[in-house]
Each structure stands twice: as structure tokens, then as C-alpha cells.
Ligand binder design. Structure first.
Ligand code: PLP
Length: 402
């Protein structure tokens, strides 16, 4: 792949996705769910979490293998445009308005609610429907940062066991039928955290047994991790075996479950995407080398938001290696992509590559400090295809109507 050509053709910075990598990850997920399904004797559905990457071209690849989750009206419309069937979409909501509820419900898409208050709001406008509810098992979350741990006593997510009897009262008042429950412990767990994940699963299953007698759907959320060091991803085989160990006895005891769901996002798209940018400055101050680039925190927010690690490469004709901090072009001191990195000494204009940016990369982009969101390009059969245009100045200026 000729990176210089891509930058010359599409501008800098840009997101680049590799069709084959995403396709292969979809195959992994399909194999995981098929194997689990065979072992458990129940349907296992993988709902790709659109929040990780909602580009329609990417969704179209995924649609051949998996179902999908949406979390906003925009995501719902994106997945519909990618061709997902209503029955294959789960709307996982968090503090949405009544108008959003009406909109999603009019699309005949199953919705999962995160609080009794939201269930009640929904009941007032759409009584008599099937719903799912998110349970907070109360165990510690699993995740790469405290900011993405979504279980436990300190998070905003889900309904605790002590409130389930009130949830049921509200559901019977509005004639809502709880057909499924949901949990999501956090984002990005690897093999060393499978035990914690399984502990959360066990607690969740106990809560289900104690409080619900006729659920059809049990959703275990996402969080399947990839290794940003480029080494070992979560072992899906180990995870499958561990899940079989806890789910088999549960399903023998608890009858009526017709579908088990998972909601992986990152695992499918993360390694299939990278960012190409350019070196815009180089300086040494206070004995620190600083490489300035056009990949600001508006292009990739994960390092500044979560202290997330991404491998970074400087592609240069220089041969000597230096240790440097690599930063973006936004006036914030947290706008640093990586610190103390061993990279080639750069020339101005050299290419910067940031790895594993296919998930929570473009989907978290912003126009902060008026910067334009980059374009997205898909590489398929050695051809580059523009799959989303770069923002233009007019896109931003046209919004101002007064
Ligand atoms: N499901 C829910 C409810 C989520 O909030 C998220 C992400 O935070 C996911 C699924 C996807 O998580 P991941 O991309 O880590 O698999």
C-alpha cells in the first residue's frame, strides 16, 4: 500500500480501513457464535456495536455475518442504510427522549432500557410492547480504563437487583413485557480478565434466576479486547469454553431462553483501521523531542481521553532512532498521541501512521477548534475507495444561521 499516494490523493490526515482484516474478524465472531450455539443448543447472536465504527461501507461488510446494535437515531438510520433488517437491530438506549423512543418504536426495533424511569416514559407512549432492560450486576466492571467500566456501584448504567421488583410494577402498570435482559461490564478485556468477566456473568445469571422466570433473550454485552501492542488478542476459544461452563448448567435449570446475545464492537473493526497523518513540526525543548503532527485529539481522542496506547510509526528516509513525544495540532496539553516513543527522526512532511484506529477512532472525531474531520478510505482488492468525505469548511460554516 503506497501511503504517500493515499495522502496525495485524499489529503492528510485520513482514516484507512483494510477490507480483509475486518472480513476476517467477522469470520472469527461468526465462528465463535456458531460454536457456542452448538455447545449450548440455543441461538447465539452477535450484534456489532455501531458506536465503534458507524461507516456505512464497514457496516455493509459486517452485515454479511452479524446482527447489529444502534444507540441513537442516526446510528439506526446508518444501519438501515447498510441494509440491516429491523429484526436484526437492537436499540441499546441510554437516557433518551420520548421523541427518540417514538421514532425507534415506529421502526419496530426492539429496545433495551437502562433505567426504570426510561421504562416508565416508554410505557406512557408505547404501552403493550416487548422490552429489554439493562441490569447492573454490581460486580466490578472490566475494561481498559475506569472511564469504560460500566458495572459496579459507581456507574450510571443499569438497574440494580434491589430495584427489580419496582421495575416489574412499572412494567405491569404499562403492560410492558420484559422479554430480555442486558448487561455490559466494560470495554476491552483480554485473557487476564476473562475470570473477572465470568464472575460478572455468574452474578448476572444468579440475579436472573432470582428475579425473572420467563426471559427469552439474555444479552452479555461487548468488551472483547484486542491488544494494542499488536500481540495477543482475547482468546475467543478460552472465552467460549468458560462461557459454556457457566451457561450450560444455567440453561438446563432455566428454560425458555431462545437467544443469547453479545455486542462486540472493537474486536471486529479495531485492527482493520489506521490513521495516516503528516509531521508538521519538530523541536527539542527541555531535553524532550516533540514531533508535531496533524493528528489532533479531534481526529483520535482515545489517547487524551483514556490514556489509551496506540502504536505509532514515523515513516522517514532518516535512519536514526530517537525518543520523542508525538502530539497533535490542538491547543490542549493533553493533545499527545504517545510519549517516549522510539521512532525515526522525522523530517517535516514525513508520514505518521497510528495503528489500531478502526474502533472508537472516527466515530469519536469532532470539530474541536474548528478542525475538519478527516475522510475515510477502504482498501479492497488493492484498490482504495473513498467511503466518507472529509468535512469541508462550508459544512461547518453553513450550520450558523444567525
Ligand atoms: N454494548 C454496549 C452497551 C456498550 O456500551 C459498548 C461499548 O462501550 C459495546 C457494546 C461495545 O463494546 P466493545 O467495543 O468494547 O466490544
Amino acid at each position: 500500500m503506497d501511503y504517500r499516494n493515499l495522502i496525495d490523493k485524499y489529503g492528510s490526515p485520513l482514516y484507512v480501513y483494510d477490507y480483509d482484516t475486518i472480513y476476517n474478524r467477522c469470520c472469527d465472531m461468526k465462528e465463535f457464535s456458531d460454536n457456542l450455539s452448538k455447545k449450548l443448543g440455543v441461538n447465539v447472536s452477535m450484534h456489532y456495536s455501531t458506536k465503534a465504527n458507524g461507516n456505512i461501507a464497514i457496516l455493509k461488510i459486517i452485515k454479511n455475518f452479524l446482527k447489529v446494535d444502534a444507540m441513537s437515531i442516526t446510528e439506526l438510520e446508518l444501519v438501515k442504510r447498510a441494509g440491516f433488517d429491523n429484526k436484526d437491530i437492537l436499540f441499546v438506549s441510554n437516557n433518551i427522549s420520548s421523541d427518540e423512543m417514538k421514532y425507534v418504536s415506529s421502526n419496530d426495533v426492539l429496545m433495551c432500557f437502562d433505567s426504570i424511569s426510561q421504562v416508565e416514559s416508554f410505557g406512557k407512549i408505547c404501552s403493550g410492547k416487548d422490552v429489554m432492560v439493562r441490569i447492573n450486576p454490581g460486580t466490578d466492571g472490566v475494561g481498559h480504563s475506569s472511564k469504560v467500566m460500566t458495572s459496579g456501584k459507581a456507574t450510571k448504567f443499569g438497574i440494580c437487583e434491589s430495584n427489580i421488583s419496582y421495575l416489574k410494577e412499572i412494567c405491569s402498570l404499562y403492560n410492558l413485557n420484559i422479554i430480555g435482559v442486558h448487561m455490559h461490564l466494560g470495554s476491552l478485556f483480554l485473557d487476564d480478565k476473562i475470570n473477572n468477566y465470568i464472575e460478572g456473568v455468574k452474578t448476572y445469571l444468579e440475579i436472573i434466576k432470582r428475579n425473572f422466570s420467563s426471559l427469552k433473550i439474555i444479552d452479555f454485552g461487548g468488551g472483547f479486547g484486542i491488544d494494542y501492542n499488536g500481540k495477543e488478542n482475547l482468546s475467543l476459544n478460552n472465552l467460549k469454553d468458560e462461557l459454556v461452563n457457566v451457561l450450560s448448567p444455567f440453561l438446563k435449570e432455566y428454560s425458555g431462553v431462545t437467544e443469547i446475545k453479545f455486542e462486540p464492537g472493537r474486536y471486529i473493526v479495531c485492527e482493520g483501521g489506521f490513521i495516516l497523518g503528516s509531521v508538521t513540526s519538530f523541536k527539542k525543548e527541555n531535553n524532550i523531542n516533540w514531533i508535531g503532527t496533524d493528528i489532533g485529539m479531534n481526529v483520535l481522542v482515545r489517547p487524551s481521553m483514556y490514556d489509551a496506547y496506540h502504536r505509532i510509526e514515523i515513516i522517514s528516509s532518516n535512519k536514526d532512532i530517537i525518543s520523542a513525544n508525538i502530539c497533535g495540532n490542538i491547543c490542549e496539553s493533553c493533545d499527545v498521541l504517545g510519549r517516549d516513543r522510539s521512532v525515526l527522526r522525522p523530517n517535516i512532511g514525513d508520514i505518521v501512521k497510528v495503528y489500531d484506529a478502526g474502533a472508537y477512532g472516527f466515530s469519536m472525531c469532532s470539530n474541536y477548534t474548528g478542525r475538519l474531520r478527516p475522510c475515510e478510505v477502504l482498501i479492497k482488492d488493492n484498490k482504495d475507495i473513498l467511503i466518507r468525505k472529509r468535512d469541508t469548511l462550508e459544512d461547518i460554516l453553513n450550520k450558523y444561521v444567525y
